[in-house]
Design a protein around this ligand. Structure first.
Ligand code: UTP
Length: 289
């Protein structure tokens, strides 16, 4: 079955980037001139996704506004003959059919995904974490969808993380199938040092089958007292097995301060308008520090 639906969980509290996230969702933080979540919606659309459910929370109305039309602004851009920018602004609302649902309590990523059940129905679907921006030639979501089409199992987007950092992520038991594709039979969220299965971790993308919803119903709060998506995916890995794809592209974690600064710096360096000037500025700054 062709994958046309995606879920973007964006209802987290963003406590690692307080106080910025007190009123402003981290998903709307700009990377130079584009909000993080627009990169994610563009990646989904470029991967063949036509329908996207964004899971939000109180105070996240800005996300809805960003994907809506803005007639007064459009009129002004038209009057000022800024046609390029006008088209860019209008096109944001045409990227996909975007739906919203509120996660009424912030009970964890697994719980956020379970809010998508009636939207998803009985189809496989992609999940793109709302604070993980991945920039690359070949959209990461499309890489996972191709693996789903080839192997017919749920798929994880993975990459290696350092030994020092793995306990902040998940750790997977994997066997290489070919090139960057693996078979995953087990996983653990936030492993202790003696529980590490490999340095491969799930980073921001997966393709799930609808049986995940019945599994999620049985999951008790895990690490951090939250209903963890990893704990439900572990059940899938232990039973049907999962495919894992070491995706290409650069991932920026917009949920932590260093990740935000890396995203802004690297995107600014290759930005057509400010790239050359920013490079000069950065070189000068580097000489001074
Ligand atoms: P994170 O754990 O990175 O986000 O979840 P968080 O909970 O906002 O982070 P901190 O620890 O408080 O800083 C990954 C994604 O899942 C969403 C988040 O919005 C983020 O995009 N999420 C997380 C939900 O939608 N609901 C939740 O209950 C938890």
């Amino acid at each position: 079955m062709k994958i046309t639906k995606a879920v973007i969980p964006a209802a987290g509290l963003g406590t690692r980037v307080l106080p910025a996230t007190k009123a402003l969702p981290k998903e709307i933080f700009p990377i130079v001139d584009k909000p993080a979540i627009q990169y994610i919606v563009e990646e989904a659309a470029a991967s063949g996704i036509t329908d996207i459910l964004i899971v939000t929370n109180r105070g996240k109305e800005l996300i809805e506004n960003h994907f809506d039309r803005e007639p007064e602004l459009e009129q002004r851009l038209l009057q000022n003959n800024k046609i390029g920018m006008l088209n860019e602004v209008v096109n944001i609302s045409k990227l996909a059919n975007i739906y919203f649902i509120r996660q009424k309590e912030t009970l964890g990523l697994g719980h956020a995904v379970s809010c998508a059940r009636s939207f998803v129905g009985n189809e496989p679907f992609a999940v793109l974490y709302g604070d993980d921006v991945i920039i690359g030639e070949d959209p990461a979501c499309a890489q996972l969808i191709r693996a789903y089409e080839e192997y017919g199992r749920a798929v994880l987007g993975i990459n290696k993380v350092s030994y020092e950092d793995i306990s902040k992520y998940s750790s997977l038991k994997v066997e290489n199938i070919k090139e960057n594709v693996f078979y995953c039979s087990d996983m653990i969220e936030k492993p202790g040092k003696d529980e590490i299965m490999s340095l491969y971790s799930i980073l921001g993308r997966c393709v799930l089958t609808p049986d995940i919803f019945d599994i999620l119903k049985t999951i008790k709060p895990g690490s951090g007292g939250e209903i963890q998506l990893t704990d439900a995916m572990k059940v899938l890995a232990n039973t049907t097995g999962m495919t894992a794809v070491e995706f290409t592209g650069v991932r920026y974690d917009m949920g932590n301060k260093l990740g935000i600064m890396k995203a802004c710096t690297e995107v600014a360096l290759s930005h057509p308008e400010i790239g050359p000037d920013f490079k000069k500025y950065l070189k000068k700054l580097v000489c001074e520090i």
